[in-house]
Unconditional design. Structure first.
Length: 131
Protein backbone atom coordinates (compact mmCIF):
# COMPACT_ATOMS: atom_id res chain seq x y z
CA UNK A 1 0.00 0.00 0.00
CA UNK A 2 1.36 3.40 -0.88
CA UNK A 3 1.50 6.40 1.46
CA UNK A 4 -1.08 8.40 -0.46
CA UNK A 5 -3.69 5.63 -0.12
CA UNK A 6 -2.93 5.21 3.59
CA UNK A 7 -3.28 8.98 4.07
CA UNK A 8 -6.68 8.97 2.30
CA UNK A 9 -7.91 6.20 4.60
CA UNK A 10 -6.72 8.05 7.73
CA UNK A 11 -8.22 11.34 6.61
CA UNK A 12 -11.55 9.78 5.68
CA UNK A 13 -11.77 8.31 9.20
CA UNK A 14 -10.93 11.72 10.72
CA UNK A 15 -8.36 10.08 12.99
CA UNK A 16 -10.82 7.62 14.62
CA UNK A 17 -11.06 3.85 14.61
CA UNK A 18 -13.88 3.07 12.21
CA UNK A 19 -15.00 0.14 14.36
CA UNK A 20 -14.98 1.40 17.97
CA UNK A 21 -14.72 5.16 17.47
CA UNK A 22 -11.66 5.77 19.65
CA UNK A 23 -9.51 8.65 18.43
CA UNK A 24 -5.89 8.00 17.50
CA UNK A 25 -4.96 10.88 19.80
CA UNK A 26 -6.40 9.00 22.81
CA UNK A 27 -4.67 5.71 22.14
CA UNK A 28 -1.06 4.85 22.98
CA UNK A 29 -0.35 2.69 19.89
CA UNK A 30 -0.44 3.79 16.25
CA UNK A 31 -3.59 2.84 14.36
CA UNK A 32 -3.44 0.48 11.40
CA UNK A 33 -5.00 0.24 7.97
CA UNK A 34 -7.36 -2.75 7.95
CA UNK A 35 -8.59 -4.70 4.95
CA UNK A 36 -12.36 -4.85 5.60
CA UNK A 37 -12.47 -8.01 3.49
CA UNK A 38 -9.08 -9.54 4.19
CA UNK A 39 -6.61 -10.37 1.49
CA UNK A 40 -7.04 -13.98 2.59
CA UNK A 41 -10.65 -13.70 1.37
CA UNK A 42 -9.53 -11.95 -1.85
CA UNK A 43 -10.14 -8.43 -0.57
CA UNK A 44 -8.30 -5.79 -2.54
CA UNK A 45 -5.90 -3.16 -1.30
CA UNK A 46 -8.21 -0.43 -2.55
CA UNK A 47 -9.74 2.62 -0.88
CA UNK A 48 -13.23 1.04 -0.81
CA UNK A 49 -11.91 -2.00 1.11
CA UNK A 50 -9.73 -0.26 3.68
CA UNK A 51 -10.57 1.08 7.13
CA UNK A 52 -8.64 2.94 9.81
CA UNK A 53 -8.55 0.71 12.90
CA UNK A 54 -7.08 0.79 16.37
CA UNK A 55 -4.68 -2.02 17.14
CA UNK A 56 -7.21 -3.77 19.40
CA UNK A 57 -10.01 -3.85 16.83
CA UNK A 58 -7.68 -4.81 13.99
CA UNK A 59 -6.09 -7.68 15.92
CA UNK A 60 -9.45 -9.02 17.13
CA UNK A 61 -10.98 -8.74 13.67
CA UNK A 62 -8.07 -10.42 11.93
CA UNK A 63 -9.29 -12.05 8.71
CA UNK A 64 -12.82 -12.52 10.10
CA UNK A 65 -15.68 -11.36 7.93
CA UNK A 66 -18.56 -12.86 9.95
CA UNK A 67 -19.63 -14.41 13.23
CA UNK A 68 -22.65 -16.07 14.84
CA UNK A 69 -25.34 -13.74 16.17
CA UNK A 70 -25.96 -14.40 19.86
CA UNK A 71 -29.74 -14.08 19.44
CA UNK A 72 -30.53 -15.83 16.15
CA UNK A 73 -27.50 -18.10 15.93
CA UNK A 74 -27.24 -17.09 12.27
CA UNK A 75 -23.91 -16.53 10.56
CA UNK A 76 -23.81 -12.74 10.16
CA UNK A 77 -21.32 -10.44 8.45
CA UNK A 78 -19.23 -8.06 10.52
CA UNK A 79 -19.80 -4.31 10.32
CA UNK A 80 -18.35 -2.89 7.13
CA UNK A 81 -17.43 0.77 7.55
CA UNK A 82 -17.48 1.25 3.76
CA UNK A 83 -21.10 0.13 3.29
CA UNK A 84 -22.73 0.26 6.75
CA UNK A 85 -23.62 3.25 8.94
CA UNK A 86 -22.21 3.02 12.48
CA UNK A 87 -25.30 4.58 14.13
CA UNK A 88 -27.60 2.01 12.50
CA UNK A 89 -25.72 -0.91 14.03
CA UNK A 90 -24.35 0.44 17.34
CA UNK A 91 -25.15 2.72 20.22
CA UNK A 92 -23.38 3.78 23.37
CA UNK A 93 -24.91 2.80 26.70
CA UNK A 94 -22.62 4.64 29.06
CA UNK A 95 -19.15 3.48 28.08
CA UNK A 96 -20.41 0.21 26.51
CA UNK A 97 -20.87 -0.19 22.78
CA UNK A 98 -24.07 -2.15 22.22
CA UNK A 99 -25.14 -3.78 18.95
CA UNK A 100 -28.55 -2.61 17.69
CA UNK A 101 -28.64 -5.23 14.93
CA UNK A 102 -27.27 -8.69 14.29
CA UNK A 103 -24.34 -7.07 12.46
CA UNK A 104 -23.70 -4.86 15.48
CA UNK A 105 -23.97 -7.69 18.01
CA UNK A 106 -21.60 -9.92 16.05
CA UNK A 107 -19.08 -7.10 15.60
CA UNK A 108 -19.17 -6.21 19.32
CA UNK A 109 -18.51 -9.86 20.13
CA UNK A 110 -15.79 -10.61 17.57
CA UNK A 111 -13.92 -7.32 18.08
CA UNK A 112 -14.25 -7.62 21.88
CA UNK A 113 -14.97 -3.90 22.16
CA UNK A 114 -16.26 -4.09 25.74
CA UNK A 115 -13.34 -5.71 27.55
CA UNK A 116 -12.43 -4.16 30.89
CA UNK A 117 -9.44 -2.27 29.48
CA UNK A 118 -11.52 -0.88 26.59
CA UNK A 119 -14.26 0.21 29.00
CA UNK A 120 -11.69 1.95 31.22
CA UNK A 121 -10.19 3.74 28.21
CA UNK A 122 -13.63 4.86 26.98
CA UNK A 123 -14.50 6.08 30.50
CA UNK A 124 -11.38 8.27 30.48
CA UNK A 125 -12.13 9.55 27.00
CA UNK A 126 -15.76 10.28 27.88
CA UNK A 127 -14.61 12.19 30.96
CA UNK A 128 -12.23 14.23 28.78
CA UNK A 129 -14.97 14.87 26.19
CA UNK A 130 -13.12 12.94 23.48
CA UNK A 131 -15.92 10.47 22.73
Amino acid sequence: MNRALARKVRERARGRCEYCGIAQSGFPLPFQIDHVISEKHHGETAEDNLAFACTHCNLCKGPNIAGRDSISGELTPLFNPRTDLWDEHFTFVGRHIVGRTAVGRVTVQVLEVNTLDRLALRAELLEEGQL
